[in-house]
Design a protein around this ligand. Structure first.
Ligand code: NAD
Length: 252
């Protein structure tokens, strides 16, 4: 994968960070986006550079569609300045928020935040970035195990992710003429800051989730980072329009 470039939204921490590091290990240049974590983004850039890789970090709020034209310009500049290229190869729509709310209590504000972050943002960002994606490249959308299994508190979040999986198929069909393959991953519970960090930091939640996973533990960011590097690699080039469950066998 040497000389390829991946753009990952929400790169500085959690799954995005692990994806960036695993892709960098395979020689992929990284354009990472950060929202508030400029310092974390800088640390990630240094880590990738210390491995001999190349990385650029660019600010982005995926809910701010008005800001997308400027962001796309910044990506084009970074491609030219840092990589000597006009296009990149892989887009990973990773940025996301966990909003825990029972269906009966979900507010319109929570609904709007979830739509803006998980649907409106990735849809129109991807649309704007399409000219910068190399023909024959790939797009990976991040879904969730909650599309397949159900626990209280995540109805609207899961509905967004279900929509992401449907979009993935339609995008794959329409972008096939450019040989851009579009897939999704559905991680199970992974120990990150997601949802207030409960799976990572709350022993009781961690143990409860782990007993529902065939491999007997919750996922770690590296479990997803390595999977993403594999899915984007040429070895998986015939996989298209599909969603990979990466959950250690959660709630089978
Ligand atoms: P995280 O909270 O550690 O990281 C989320 C990242 O998204 C952060 O970098 C954050 O800054 C960024 N982000 C959030 N809102 C943003 C916005 N408006 N604009 C730009 N960036 C924004 O969580 P994570 O676990 O790494 O989650 C990454 C993705 O994986 C999300 O899409 C999440 O829904 C999905 N996911 C997570 C789990 C899990 O258990 N951790 C399981 C399934 C799916």
């Amino acid at each position: 994968m040497t000389d390829r470039i991946a753009l990952i939204t929400g790169a500085p921490r959690g799954l995005g960070r692990a994806m960036a590091l695993h892709l960098a290990d395979r020689g992929v240049g990284i354009i990472g986006t950060y929202r508030t974590g400029a310092a974390e983004a800088d640390t990630l850039r240094h880590e990738i550079e210390a491995k001999g890789g190349k990385a650029v970090m660019i600010p982005l709020d995926v809910t701010d569609t008005q800001g997308f034209p400027l962001f796309v310009e910044a990506v084009a500049t970074a491609l030219d300045d840092t990589f000597g290229r006009q296009q990149f190869d892989y887009l990973v729509n990773n940025a996301g928020i966990g909003v825990f709310a029972n269906f009966a209590e979900t507010t319109e504000e929570q609904f709007d935040a979830l739509v803006a972050t998980h649907l409106r943002g990735p849809i129109f960002l991807t649309q704007k970035l399409l000219p910068l994606i190399e023909d024959g490249g790939g797009i990976l959308n991040v879904s969730s195990g909650f599309v397949r299994f159900t626990l209280p508190g995540y109805s609207v979040y899961a509905a967004m992710k279900a929509a992401t999986e449907v979009l993935t198929r339609f995008m794959a069909v329409e972008l096939g003429e450019r040989r851009i393959r579009v897939n999704a991953i559905a991680p199970g519970a992974i120990a990150t800051d997601f949802g207030g960090g409960a799976v990572r930091d709350n022993e009781a939640v961690n143990a409860f989730v782990a007993q529902g996973i065939a491999l007997g533990r919750v996922g770690l960011p590296d479990d997803i980072g390595s999977a993403v590097a594999a899915i984007l690699s040429d070895d998986m080039s015939w996989a298209n329009g599909t969603c990979f469950d990466i959950s250690g066998g959660q709630m089978l």
